[in-house]
Write a protein that binds this ligand. Structure first.
Ligand SMILES: Cc1cc2nc3c(=O)[nH]c(=O)nc-3n(C[C@H](O)[C@H](O)[C@H](O)COP(=O)(O)OP(=O)(O)OC[C@H]3O[C@@H](n4cnc5c(N)ncnc54)[C@H](O)[C@@H]3O)c2cc1C
Length: 292
């Protein structure tokens, strides 16, 4: 993939992805590319398409399972300063696609800017959060998005309103585009109050989810009118294990892994859960995580 050298940015060959994902397992990427700026990103996306090489974007790796034989293509990380800018103007905040969501939402809460508290305890980049419409019972990112800039695979850039971003339950219209930045409309409030709300949501997450373990958050989407975790729990699957991967005792929709676990262990456990839930409840579970 010598053609990547035509574009400004760092290139790592055969780069282990296990260190960049929350599951901490899986094989390497043929190339890991850190574009210097939007022009370099546009060039790599265009060229990848011409060369028929898959190009995937990796955020914080909190919703991804990389297979053991790795990813035979280019993985792009938006970790250069051009993608990590944050600007605050009154109640309007613009953040680059590569910005880490948790410190941002904590910092804004401490300043008394309210709206991103529901992101407490959700490991994510801005790009990943927008693409997945990250959130939960306290709200989702779509609630405060005002504008999103996305780059198409031909390198062209579009600015979308919230409506154009097509948000739904854990989904958006982003598809294979790259989120360059998002602008949020927040509300000024009492900093102590907003921080307290942030902390309460974070504490609640710590109590109910295994945030200290290697996982990728919820494995399955909730089916209509049901909780995937409750279906898995009531099927008696808490603690079920394949190799180094187990269904969490704390939250049945989380698979946690111990050192030495492989992606195949996780995939076998996903199949086991699906089959058991299908047989027991007649419900087909759809994965929320992405498998590379
Ligand atoms: C402990 C734990 C708890 C979690 N709790 C929650 C929760 O409560 N609610 C929730 O919704 N999720 C939760 N998750 C899942 C995860 O945090 C979210 O899905 C998060 O938004 C993923 O963001 P990311 O940057 O890690 O994306 P990644 O996992 O790196 O990627 C996910 C998808 O987004 C794409 N992507 C990443 N960056 C960009 C970009 N700039 N432009 C376009 N596409 C991009 C990737 O290509 C991929 O398709 C949890 C995960 C963990 C590990």
């Amino acid at each position: 993939m010598d053609w990547l050298k035509d574009f400004a940015g760092r290139i790592e060959a055969d780069a282990p992805l296990s260190r960049l994902t929350w599951f901490r397992l899986g094989g390497p990427a043929r190339c890991l590319f850190h574009p210097h700026d939007a022009d370099a990103l546009a060039g790599a996306l265009r060229r990848g398409r011409e060369e028929s090489v898959p190009v995937n974007v990796l955020g914080c790796g909190a919703n991804i399972l990389v297979r053991d034989d790795g990813f035979d293509g280019v993985v792009v990380r938006l970790d250069e300063p051009a993608f990590r800018e944050v600007s605050v103007e009154g109640e309007s905040v613009r953040a680059g696609g590569g910005v880490d969501m948790m410190p941002l939402s904590r910092g804004l809460s401490a300043k008394g800017l309210s709206g991103l508290e529901p992101m407490a305890g959700i490991p994510s980049s801005i790009g990943g959060a927008v693409r997945m419409n990250a959130g939960g019972r306290y709200g989702e990112i779509a609630d405060v998005v005002e504008k999103v800039a996305v780059m198409n695979r031909d390198g062209s850039v579009e600015e979308w309103s919230r409506e154009q971003a097509g948000f739904g339950y854990r989904r958006s219209a982003v598809g294979d585009r790259v989120v360059l930045w998002a602008r949020f409309k927040l509300k000024e409030d009492d900093p102590r109050q907003v921080s307290q709300t942030y902390d309460e949501i974070f504490d609640q997450k710590m109590e109910t989810q295994p945030l200290g373990d290697a996982s990728a958050g919820c494995i399955f989407k909730n089916p209509p009118d049901a909780s995937a975790g409750a279906l898995i729990d009531k099927a008696g699957l808490k603690g079920a294990t394949c190799g180094g991967a187990s269904v969490s005792h704390r939250h049945a929709n989380f698979i946690v892994t111990r050192q030495g676990a492989t992606a195949s262990d996780v995939l076998r456990l996903i199949d086991l859960i699906r089959e058991t839930v299908r047989e027991r409840w007649g419900t087909e579970l759809e994965t929320e995580i992405e498998i590379w």
